[in-house]
Design a protein around this ligand. Structure first.
Ligand SMILES: Nc1ncnc2c1ncn2[C@@H]1O[C@H](COP(=O)(O)OP(=O)(O)OP(=O)(O)O)[C@@H](O)[C@H]1O
Ligand SMILES: [Mg+2]
Length: 663
């Protein structure tokens, strides 16, 4: 339960019919608040309060709910006894789902919540005799006992079966999820409302809640945090707590956009790569489709903001003001930005990135004047969720700010010999260059015995296949063989470890579908899954494909944002500040990683970013710093000499300042 689950704000259309079904009164409200309340007799009602108007109440009796389009923020409530239908739209999808769950639980989860007719009559008589006016109160928060009872009543607590993707497997999955929910004391998983193959059952931490509250209250927010602090996880919750109309979810890369169910920032902005002059960018954005998108946008969400070029950011800010004819920052659009500037920077069009020899051309978003004018609240998440081993978290926090001491070097170098393979699953090589990763995958597949099987994606709009390729990890054409090393691209069953990023090996083909054995020994027949992307104009394009990609190798750039099992890396060719940190922080533990040639020279942080973070007055880690060794002095890139004393001082100050959120 992230926010109040018994309150929902959305658009409501009401329609009454007479006893023979003829439509009578109709009312339409752009914004109304729905609240679940009880009267003195403990009967449940939905109270609908349109903006600035008196509330209307509908008794929760003989209620039919249509929730097929719940994920789009729509639902229909048919109050049969009152001959009234409520059509809800533009509801924050996550809030709507929790509201419906609360109704379901409150109606089914309490032995005495729906009094029988005789006891009601008695209470009613007593009430009338007392002469007191009827009063209503908000329902109390859902209890675990109510949840369990509601599930029992829905007949969902007695089903269990096997784990193959047969109909029985689906039941088993549901059963496991409900069991897990129950143990965690979170909400149930009845029917469609209660099925959870995503991370809905995980609760937000208090620091994540604070950010969520700032975002739902309409503030312009930037939140950051080291790798694995749940930024993208939180962003998904934020998106589902906002009204769908006017909410645009984007990310700087296709992979990251896919992780939050959005589109790329470039696809949304409609100004191409943003390399054109400002005048030309304004012309491009003024084209009808693009202009309409900008005008409709009320909230712009950007994940992996560290990879958005500062000049591009400045241009889209100006475009927003111009197209929307609104002089406020970003033309009045609410901004929700998230990322970690100590991870990968914007891609520069130089072969050598930010190596010592290249000019430091890249500009981060935070260096643009637009940043200063647009951002109202800044938060830093501190709790790392991806890794649980405190030693690894501590090492990663050091690497993040470009600091390596001898004990870190020794510990990481020691991973070079560890065996991380198991069950026929080889480690994924993380490569600093994309071409290297592609050629490794191609040649490894060729070298396997047996015939290649082609899995072709089924796209709803063939003309958009290229765009889908950029935004969705599932390729349009996937060639597989038995023994191919693969990675799962969807959350299939969180409790069974079948999650996005899980590593496996194809063990056989079953009726033209690949059967994959995962690291935890689970076998799963990978049936086709669906990915949906929103076009900038709000249309939906879907791709159906088996949820796999070849996983002998990935590029570090394409791995940013992912959580990966079992990774091996050679970091000798890294060329960016933060690149080694991104590679290492994909792993969940020191035991699932192998670094072949660790050298402190491969790790550096951009001093401009360190300076920026100093503004947060954050304590990044709690250990005493040891300045970088002399061999690092000459290898700090165009980003400066990380070995010099000023930088060491800066790092030290970053580590010792208290953590605060600046509003
Ligand atoms: N409150 C939470 N409870 C449990 N697990 C969480 C929570 N928040 C995040 N996680 C888990 O932590 C892992 C990392 O989360 P996520 O990918 O969102 O981190 P991130 O900050 O976006 O990392 P990166 O900077 O690498 O993109 C995910 O598996 C996610 O499900
Ligand atoms: Mg992320």
């Amino acid at each position: 339960m992230d926010l109040n689950d018994a309150v929902l704000t959305c658009a409501v259309n009401m329609q009454w019919t007479n006893s023979v079904g003829v439509t009578g009164r109709k009312l339409a409200y752009k914004t109304a608040t729905l609240r679940l309340v009880r009267n003195d007799l403990r009967e449940l009602f939905v109270e609908v309060t349109p903006e600035k108007l008196k509330p209307l109440k509908f008794k929760l009796k003989d209620l039919m709910v249509h929730k097929k389009f719940m994920s789009e923020g729509k639902a229909t409530f048919n109050f049969k006894a009152e001959n009234c239908t409520l059509y809800l739209s533009n509801a924050p999808p996550g809030t709507l789902m929790f509201f419906l769950r609360t109704i379901f639980i409150k109606m089914n989860g309490s032995e005495g919540s729906q009094p029988d007719d005789a006891s009601l009559q008695k209470k009613l008589r007593e009430h009338l005799m007392s002469g007191k006016p009827s009063s209503f109160e908000d329902v109390s928060p859902v209890t675990t006992a109510e949840m369990i009872l509601a599930r029992k009543k829905a007949g969902l607590l007695s089903k269990a079966s096997t784990t193959t993707p047969s109909p029985q497997a689906a039941k088993k999955r549901r059963f496991d999820e409900m069991k897990e929910d129950r143990e965690k004391g979170s909400l149930p998983a009845a029917k469609k409302l209660y099925q959870s193959t995503t991370d809905e059952s995980l609760k937000l931490s208090e620091e994540q809640m604070e950010v969520l509250r700032a975002c739902t209250s309409g503030k312009n927010v930037f939140f950051t945090g080291s790798a694995g602090t749940g930024k993208s996880f939180l962003l998904r919750r934020i998106i589902s707590a906002l009204p769908p109309e006017g909410t645009i979810a984007t990310a700087s890369t296709g992979v990251a956009a896919c992780l939050i169910g959005g589109t790329t920032l470039h696809a949304f902005a409609g100004i191409g790569g943003g390399d054109a002059t400002m005048k030309r960018c304004l012309e491009l954005a003024a084209r009808p489709v693009s202009a309409q998108t900008w005008r409709k946008c009320k909230r712009l969400i950007i994940d992996e903001i560290s990879m958005v070029d500062g000049q591009f950011f400045e241009k889209i800010e100006a475009v927003a003001r111009h197209i929307r004819r609104n002089d406020r920052p970003f033309g009045g659009i609410q901004l929700i930005l998230c990322g970690d500037f100590l991870q990968l920077p914007p891609v520069v069009k130089s072969e050598f990135g930010s190596t010592p020899n290249s000019a430091p051309q890249q500009r981060f978003c935070f260096q643009s004047s637009a940043w200063e004018t647009c951002i109202q609240c800044v938060y830093e998440l501190k709790q790392v969720h991806r890794q649980s081993d405190p030693e690894f978290v501590k090492i990663l926090n050091h690497l993040r700010i470009g600091h390596v001491n001898e004990s870190i070097t020794t510990r990481l170098a020691a991973t070079s010999k560890q065996k991380i393979e198991g069950n026929g699953i080889l480690a994924t090589q993380l490569c600093s260059h994309t071409n290297d990763a592609n050629s490794i995958n191609e040649s490894k597949l060729e070298n396997l015995e047996g015939d290649k099987v082609l899995f072709k994606a089924d796209d709803s709009d063939a003309s958009m296949s290229k765009q889908l390729d950029q935004q969705i990890q599932a390729p349009s054409q996937l060639f597989l063989k038995v023994n191919a090393q693969v990675m799962l691209l969807k959350n299939i069953n969180i409790s069974n470890g079948l999650v996005n990023g899980a590593r496996g090996v194809v063990v056989r083909m079953d009726k033209d579908l690949p059967v994959v054995r995962f690291k935890n020994n689970q076998e799963y027949i990978c049936k086709h899954e669906k990915w949906i992307i929103k076009t900038p104009t709000g249309g939906l394009i879907t791709r159906r494909q088996v949820p796999l990609k070849l996983a002998w190798a990935f590029s570090i750039h394409k791995s940013q944002g992912l959580t990966l099992d079992c990774v091996e890396m050679s970091l000798s060719k890294v060329f960016e500040a933060g690149q080694a940190y991104v590679a290492l922080s994909r792993a969940k533990s020191l035991q699932s990683i192998r670094i072949l040639d660790f050298d402190a020279k491969q790790v550096w942080a951009n001093p401009q970013v360190l300076q920026f973070y100093k503004g947060f007055r954050r304590k990044l880690i709690d250990t005493t710093m040891i300045p970088l060794g002399p061999k690092n002095k000459d290898k700090k890139p165009g980003d400066g000499k990380a070995g010099n004393s000023a930088l060491a001082k800066l790092k030290k100050s970053l580590m010792n300042k208290p953590l605060v959120s600046i509003s």
